[in-house]
Design a protein. Structure first.
Length: 132
């Protein structure tokens, strides 16, 4: 089984945008704390994708700074406090944009693999993949 580990540097061909899209998709289904986000990505990917320690929380902080997610502290008196994240309207719009670009990208790659010719807005795909 092919398994991708997510960590700073995003080896194995995955970059930060893929992580952002996956996090936003998970949070689109409801509020979760960080550990639960990571476990849900693992569950949805049949344990093929996991976030290594020290990778998820910097991304979450960045998403919050960009206004894509929001967080609150939860936990009663005497209980462990946990930060719970929710996706914002801006984050949902970004998720829809990234889904569209992902669909264009996978269509383009599939066209190449199958020897087909196709059309795609490569400038949007390139900007998403390479952050330009």
């Amino acid at each position: 089984m092919y398994r991708v580990s997510m960590y700073m540097g995003y080896d194995k061909g995955l970059n930060r945008n893929h992580s952002v899209a996956m996090i936003l998709a998970v949070l689109g289904d409801g509020a979760r704390h960080g550990y639960d986000i990571a476990r849900e990505v693992e569950r949805r990917s049949a344990q093929r994708i996991n976030f290594k320690d020290g990778t998820l929380y910097p991304i979450l902080r960045s998403l919050e700074a960009d206004g894509l997610i929001a967080s609150t502290w939860e936990g009663g008196e005497g209980e462990r406090q946990r930060r719970v994240y929710t996706v914002t309207d801006h984050g949902m719009a970004e998720l829809e944009r990234q889904k569209s670009v992902w669909d264009e990208y996978t269509h383009a790659v599939n066209s190449v693999l199958r020897g087909e010719s196709g059309t795609s807005d490569w400038s949007r795909v390139k900007a998403w993949i390479f952050g330009r």
